[in-house]
Write a protein that binds this ligand. Sequence first.
Ligand code: AMP
Length: 305
Amino acid sequence: MTRKRPQAGPVQKGPTNRPMRVALPSKGRLSERALQLFEQAGLRPAFAADRALVASLGEGFEAIFVRAQDVPEYVADGAAEVGVTGADCVAESAREVEELLDLGFGQCRLVVATRDESDVQAADELPAGTRVATSFPRCAARYFEVLGIPITIAPVSGATEIAPHLGVADAIVDLTSTGSTLRVNGLREIGTVLESSARLIANPAALSDAGQRRIVSDLATAVESVIRAEQKRYLMANVPRDKLAQVREVIPGLSGPTIVEVLDSGGWVAAHAVVDASQVYQTIAKLKALGAEGILVTRIERLMP
Ligand code: AMP
């Protein structure tokens, strides 16, 4: 990543005549991908110094780097107009922010777990008075309130898994993705509080201002186009002209394949189409069976249908 002096954004857009601010996770599981996504969307960060907590994103945007857990706070307060954080952090903050996009990474679940040897099979079997260790006290409290089970929360800020073994809690509410950390620590999942992934969020007041709403919406469109493009590939192949009907079935594309003349004797045309990345292997096999040649598959940077 290039780290150079921040360039002054040419367009002043924020509420106090400052560039529009994007709050991004400064470290941890979401930080790298979040920054990369903005870079891919055309907002390239320029840091004033190594480990700077502010970076220009060019074109009237700047990024501030804060903990993922604090992003909803900064966005709700209007210190930043938009931000990236986990849905779990948004839920726990209980602050009012607008969720614009599911960014499709940082998937995890907030779960209830208890010791392996416990007789309890599901969270709703936990008795009243259960002590629950968690760094998500609001989410945990809400979950058990809905179940109608009065519990005691033991707030912790990390290494939650150890609490049941130390006798300070009977169950935990914690994040997991594969479940392996829970298993390694002798714990078993008995309920899901919420499913999480990284989200693009916005300040509601910024969205009610027409000028800012347009900028935020353009930003969301750019980010979404990057995410969409990642699941697609652009495929080009020379195909026999008399097989075009079958080719169209194999690569329907977004609105039918694009057909380009090949300057040969007339028996061939080039067919171009956007295909699902997950289907590339099968698609190539089908095109070859139709006699296709010169097949080319490329990544797409952005896709706006
Ligand atoms: P950090 O604590 O800064 O690494 O960021 C944690 C955030 O990453 C959480 O709030 C989740 O949104 C997300 N995340 C994704 N997978 C996991 C996981 N397996 N455990 C904890 N957090 C995860």
